[in-house]
Design a binder for this molecule. Structure first.
Ligand SMILES: Cc1ncc(COP(=O)(O)O)c(C=O)c1O
Length: 383
């Protein structure tokens, strides 16, 4: 199954003027998503308030996320950001009662670590699984040493936003469950780059957002709750959109939904819902298996191009050990990002490494242009 690249690239006007390799930061805007924004604006222009249509669109977004995560839509909660979902999740734990420890990692995006550290005030103990000397692997033994009968939750990023490292989650999840702990996965840097069956992964909670590889926009986060109607967790954060009956409008009762919706709170971000539902739709049309194939092809070209020129890969080269993000060691990464920008190549940097993150809409020509520009700026790359 391959992608009709010339056709798909027509969908993304940005690709005509820029070599866009920064989808780990923000996805490119498609015509389809632009039209969805327009649809929302048109309703505002012509009807003022269109709650029925807007709530319908939020439902469509939830349904699309269910298709994307291969799970029932009822197991998906929506929020304004991944952080919002994680804060709701944190509020559903009571670290003062019984298990008190949250195990997190060196590969965390800052927000998850910060949210877990904030739980110290509520009596939580926070432990961190450290990398080995390579800096790009966290051995299973490090989790084995930390997870025990005090562990409430193990919080794992699937792909690290700094270096693209993909964790082998299956043995860690099995270990955590054997020792009675729940597992949360931050899937933001993988969702939309490959098929992801939330039920098969086995984690209890999986969160992400829609503005990167899902092609949507800022303002929507989501969280999958495994078997949500049987899961005992009920957050303290709540609101009318979290109620079993949103229309109840009863100030004397708080009856959170039995589905994942109980992790929600107030009025959803309707304009973002239009854009995000459309972005996921586009991705589902292309097919996640085809997206994964193209990501593997492009990251393979990047790995090969770096190695053959004697530069240093930070990301492990093996295809099963990285996401759609390759980090390359630089001597001055911010200067390199600026130099590439001058050639209309959009990439980013972290930890003084260049981050190159292709998506299915990139082609071999984009990678060739990247390497032409890197060769021009070879002094800014580590050898
Ligand atoms: C792995 C990962 N987690 C979380 C976030 C941030 O999530 P939010 O801003 O939606 O809370 C990002 C954003 O870059 C990310 O890459």
């Amino acid at each position: 199954m391959s992608i009709d690249l010339p056709k798909i690239r027509q969908e993304f006007p940005l690709l005509r003027t820029r070599t866009y390799l920064n989808s780990c930061s923000y996805g490119a805007l498609s015509r389809h998503v632009e039209a969805a924004f327009e649809k929302y604006l048109d309703l505002r222009r012509t009807h003022g308030s269109s709650w029925e249509a807007w709530i319908g669109e939020v439902k469509r977004l939830r349904a699309n996320l269910g298709r994307l995560l291969e799970c029932p839509a009822g197991d998906v909660s929506l929020s304004a950001s991944l952080s919002d979902s994680v804060n709701a999740l944190a509020s559903s734990f009571d670290p003062g009662q019984g298990r008190d420890t949250i195990v997190t990692t060196d590969f965390d995006f800052p927000t998850t670590s910060q949210i877990w550290l904030a739980q110290r005030r509520r009596g939580a103990r926070i432990l961190r699984a450290r990398t080995d000397e390579s800096g790009v692997a966290i051995p299973l033994a490090h989790f084995e040493a930390l997870i025990d009968d005090r562990t409430l939750l193990v919080s794992l990023p699937y792909v690290c936003y700094r270096n693209g490292v993909k964790l082998d989650l299956e043995p860690i999840i099995r270990l955590a469950h054997e020792r009675g702990a729940s597992v949360f996965v931050d899937a933001y840097q993988i969702v939309g780059t490959a098929p992801l069956s939330a039920p098969d992964l086995g984690a209890d909670f999986i969160a992400g957002g829609c503005l990167k590889y899902l092609l949507g926009t800022a303002g929507i986060g989501f969280m999958y709750i495994r078997n949500s109607t049987q899961n005992a967790r009920v957050p303290v954060t709540t609101g009318w959109f979290a109620q079993a009956d949103i229309d109840a409008m009863d100030i004397h009762r708080n009856e959170p939904s039995s589905t994942a919706r109980r992790f929600e709170s107030g009025t959803p971000n309707v304009s973002a819902a239009y854009a995000c539902a459309a972005g996921i739709e586009l991705l589902l049309d292309v097919g996640l298996a085809a997206v994964r194939e193209q990501a593997a092809h492009l990251t393979g070209l990047i790995v090969e191009g770096v190695r053959s020129r004697g530069w240093q890969l930070v990301t492990p080269a093996a295809p099963d050990r990285h996401g759609s993000l390759i980090a390359i060691a630089a001597t001055d990464a911010p200067a390199l990002v600026r130099a590439l920008a001058a050639d209309d190549i959009v990439v980013s940097d972290r930890d003084n490494n260049l981050r190159v993150s292709p998506h299915f809409y990139n082609d071999d020509g984009d990678i060739a242009r990247l390497f032409d520009a890197l060769e021009k700026n070879g002094r800014l790359l580590a050898t």
